[in-house]
Design a binder for this molecule. Structure first.
Ligand code: APR
Length: 237
């Protein structure tokens, strides 16, 4: 593996909630549990249907999550991945995370498959807002300064399509890479979980880093059972 890492030119990394776990961000699944908000499973509160039925409740859940993130720092896994971008000729970091911690650790051009929790967008006119800049009280339902309609979190909810172009860009890089890492994801949510399959089918060497097995473990050429923050820096030594 060291040799492959040292010699690879085209590398793709797919990350999930597990990469932020050591920063203290709760994962959605894993350890036999799944997240719940006010008695609702996370995939119900984070759903397109809930957005239609109860937008203020959706905002409350996302405001709560942003509040958790405000006190949190990137961990050694985020920092290792930020270093990797300058190490390989062609490096693509694709994340399912909406927490922005990869960027805070210094990663550039991150492909965000599920959007970003620090952004909002208008439900009517598609204007986008940086919630850090808006600095509004966390409890209100935001409205668009362009057209007055309600804003929503700029994240992909269950039952929604991915942002146009993001998956296509990631899939293209998955087809071209020689080495593919799948780190800290339960690999249950598609199409994201399909990227290592695309890479593997195109001949890439695939490596999973996760303390628990996932549905992708059998497909991967190498499975490293461990925490991302402890394992990733080891590849560099
Ligand atoms: N290092 C690496 N992996 C870890 C660590 C760690 N320190 N801690 C936990 N994990 C693993 C868990 O074993 C689990 O497999 O991270 C994974 C987290 O899985 P999920 O919570 O399901 O997160 P993810 O795969 O990113 O979820 C995908 O589902 O809810 C939606 O849109 C949301 O983007 C999210 C998507």
């Amino acid at each position: 593996m060291r040799k492959r890492f040292a010699e690879a030119r085209r590398v793709l990394v797919l990350t999930g909630a597990g990469v932020s776990a050591e920063s203290g961000v709760p994962t959605f699944r894993g350890g036999g549990q799944s997240a719940v908000w006010k008695g609702m499973p996370f995939d119900k509160i984070s759903s397109a249907g809930m957005l239609e039925r109860n937008l203020p409740e959706v905002w409350e859940w996302f405001n709560y999550r942003r509040g958790v993130l405000e006190t949190i720092e990137p961990n050694p896994a985020h920092r290792a991945l930020a270093r990797w971008q300058d190490r390989f000729e062609d490096f693509t970091l694709v994340t399912q995370n909406v927490d922005g911690l990869h960027q805070r650790a210094g990663s550039r051009s991150v492909v965000e498959l599920h959007g970003n929790i620090w952004r909002a967008r208008c439900r009517a006119c598609r204007a986008k807002y940086d919630l850090r800049e808006r600095g509004e009280s966390a409890s209100r339902t935001y409205t668009c300064t362009e057209c007055g309609n309600y804003l929503r979190p700029d994240v992909v909810l269950f039952g929604e399509m991915l942002p146009v172009g993001a998956f296509e860009r990631a899939a293209l890089k998955a087809r071209e890479c020689e080495l593919c890492f799948v780190i800290g994801t339960s690999a249950l949510v598609y199409p994201a979980a399909g990227l290592p399959e695309i890479a593997s089918a195109a001949g890439a060497y695939t490596v999973e880093v996760n303390p628990e097995p996932t549905p992708l473990s059998d497909l991967c050429d190498e499975v490293i059972n461990g925490k991302a923050g402890e394992i990733l820096p080891l590849f560099e030594s």
